[in-house]
Design a protein around this ligand. Structure first.
Ligand code: PLP
Length: 423
């Protein structure tokens, strides 16, 4: 029995499903999880001493790779001065200014400890600012496990959502309307029918796999928000500081009213933020009347890790990230083509998903039509060959600045063998 298997047996007695977050369990690729001992750069090692090229990058935060020396140093220096005070520190001010410099629509921001909290708080702010309750979100988008956002489409078009999990109050879900991504008619119909507080979108959805916006779709979202008095909320928890220095709003030149940031902004520690125009953010307590707080918000270690991470993210870094993403996407396409295997690799700089699909994926229905069993078998074959892919078809691969040409080559070689094996 491997050490991973032993640990998993123990874990299942004391943790639900043996894990602290569901996707780690690897159930959707039909195997047990792998317990990790350490990571360095683009490589991770498991508790049985096996090494992998890691394309999960902790689901996005590790844009510099594991244990980046500057980040580790910043965290250690901060830790020696005290891990938390519950009082303001200088670095919080620096970080907020750094965020605004990169994301100009965020004149003012508030930190939280998770993306879930930031999304919840952004929606509260949008409701306060508009005096409205309904929120529009897209099918297949994920904004954390906030009650009202764990909603799925009810029957009929542009109607109220129903709970997507037991325990979510029907009333919370019914304030959410779910629309298919990249569907202009559905978006127009929903915004004609409801007075929304917020139109909420991942500007490049990456939680149904990567499904970039069709040309004009983000512009339409902006127009519909402005025309109907709703706030446009971009959840850039994944795309922020990743698809461009200023996130998706820079890459696509569409400006939201509120931005939600997470993952990269914590530099590998728990941190997230939301922000927007000063006039809007001054509604947040104690400047204003909208309550929101957090014991560990703006935590000194997380803020130090964030500043150290952003300091590495200059123009060269984004060029490199774009190169490695494009090389991996091209390599996976070629490997599939050589094996005669149908594959649609969808990518933007810093993110990609190989969909086991014969057609481009435009929305959640398209993603869900992928051959999930084949993706699972292919992932299991990759793991056998020392490559650690996201263990779900509905997740993005996260290239980092630590991934080298050799890492891409090793991955593409393993991918080619894995396609042959499952073909
Ligand atoms: C991960 C994620 C969240 C939730 O962030 P947590 O820190 O896991 O709570 C929200 N929105 C998007 C787009 C995400 O990918």
């Amino acid at each position: 029995m491997t050490r991973s298997a032993e640990l998993f047996a123990e874990a299942r007695r004391v943790l639900p499903g043996g894990v602290n977050s569901p996707v780690r369990a690897m159930r959707s690729i039909g195997r047990d999880p792998i317990f990790i001992a350490a990571g360095r750069g683009a490589r991770i090692a498991d508790v049985d001493g096996r090494e992998y090229v890691d394309w999960v990058s902790s689901w996005g935060p590790l844009i510099l790779g594991h244990a980046h020396p500057a980040v580790v140093e910043a965290i250690m220096t901060a830790a020696k001065r005290g891990t938390t005070f519950g009082a303001p520190i200088e670095n919080e001010v620096k970080l907020a200014a750094e965020i605004s410099a990169r994301v100009p629509s965020v004149e003012m921001s508030r930190m939280t400890s998770s993306g879930t909290e930031a999304a919840m708080s952004a929606i509260r702010l949008a409701r306060a600012a508009t005096g409205r309750e309904p929120v529009l979100k897209f099918a297949g988008a994920y904004h954390g496990h906030v009650d009202g956002l764990l909603a799925q489409a009810g029957s009929g078009l542009a109607t109220q959502g129903i709970p997507a999990s037991p325990g979510v109050p029907a009333a919370a879900a019914s304030a959410t309307v779910i629309v298919p991504w990249n569907d202009p008619e559905a978006l127009i119909a929903a915004t004609d029918r409801h007075e929304f507080a917020a139109l909420l979108a991942e500007p490049v959805p990456a939680n149904m796999g990567v499904v970039p916006p069709a040309p004009g779709f983000l512009e339409l979202l902006r127009d519909r928000a402005s025309a109907t008095g709703a706030l446009l909320v971009f959840d850039e928890v994944i795309t922020g500081f990743r698809v461009a220095r200023g996130g998706a709003q820079e890459r696509y030149a569409v400006t939201p009213d509120i931005s939600i940031l997470g993952k990269v902004i914590g530099g590998g520690l728990p941190a997230a933020a939301y922000g927007g125009a000063r006039s809007l953010m001054e509604r947040i307590a104690p400047a204003g009347d909208v309550y929101q707080a957090g014991t560990l918000s703006g935590n000194p270690l997380a803020v130090a890790a964030a500043l150290a991470t952003l300091a590495e993210l200059d123009a060269n870094a984004y060029e490199q990230l774009e190169r490695v993403s494009a090389a991996l996407a091209a390599g996976l396409r070629d490997a599939a083509a050589s094996a005669g295997y149908p594959l649609e690799v969808q990518s933007v700089p810093g993110l990609l998903t190989p969909f086991f699909s014969r057609e481009p994926v435009r929305d959640y229905a398209g993603a869900a039509a992928s051959d999930l069993d084949a993706y699972g078998a292919w992932c299991r074959a990759l793991l056998e060959r020392g490559v650690y892919p996201p263990p779900s078809q509905f997740e993005a691969w996260f290239p980092s600045l630590a991934h080298s040409e050799a890492d891409v080559e090793r991955t593409v070689k393993a991918a080619a063998e894995a396609f042959e094996e499952i073909a």
